[in-house]
Design a protein around this ligand. Sequence first.
Ligand code: SAH
Length: 352
Amino acid sequence: MTPLGQILAARIAATGPITLAEYMAECLLHPAHGYYATRDPLGASGDFITAPEISQMFGELIGLSLAQAWLDQGAPAPITLAELGPGRGTLMVDVLRATRGVPGFHAALRLHLVEASPTLRAAQAETLAGQAPTWHDSVDTLPEDAPLLLVANEFFDALPIRQFQRDGDGWRERHVGLDGTTLTLGLGPAAPRPELAARLEDTTDGDIVETCPAAAPITSAIAQRIATQGGAALIIDYGDWTSLGDTFQALRAHEPTDPFAAPGEADLTAHVDFAALAAAAAPARHSRVTPQGVFLERLGITPRARALAARGDADAIAAQHRRLTHPDEMGTLFKVLGLYPDGATPPPGLEP
Ligand code: SAH
């Protein structure tokens, strides 16, 4: 058992089972032993690889979409350019490089990063040296007095989820308990759950549904700023309109692993329920949930790939293009949701 596993086992022995959300939060963000708190998990030598780490084209096209949204809204200044969970800062570097030629954009922007991990904050400080970012622990302290352009790639999938198993017209919560000294999943007592009333329509006995308690307040905080000050947000993650079933997963060294085997040592994620984000988007507007491959093709990833291929390793660029857009790779599983103010058009690549 890992040190964090021992801490959690002692707590469960003393006070009883914990929710999956509590388990996930401790595993990812425990200050001494949490997964994100203690390492840089990205890249070939880490546990998983993300779109910006696959190709510069991803961040470039996101940058151009956000800059065009800014132009379409009259190029206000100053503006907040924000990212949630920036990882190594790679996406933001590509955003900034691609938008260098947009007149007035760089002069107008103030860079704000929401990042929980001290290790990754240090990596971001290095990658973005010269940009003088301001770091935040949560979206709540993002400026409220300027338009907000925001991107979040693979951020919402890291937020803690709860799971409920249907039992008649009630629900039993899945808990993390103890079997001897081993952490194990158990079920709480059946209880009515008014917040899951709509899920009685699309589930049957024994089905599992997931909720992500932090997702709606975060979306709402972003939407409030965009609705009152202007701007746009691009939220990119894997998931679907609504999630059904157990999507909780652990990755270690690019391989799926048991999420309870080594607490703090594996990346834990769950699919994002885009319907829940869309429901929290008022008073801002939200776009259609759009497959990543469609979004990137609309923004011109194919001509961009051709231009890069003409200058360098054409096979590598073709492989990157395929990974980001092909339905068998990230093209369909990953989705994009845009937020924008009433009266504006969605950021390019998305439809109302
Ligand atoms: N967007 C990056 C990294 C994705 S990994 C990329 O695409 O490569 C998830 C990121 O979210 C990491 O930077 C992680 O430290 C951060 N993160 C996870 N949970 C968080 C939370 N609750 N608050 C702030 N940051 C969080």
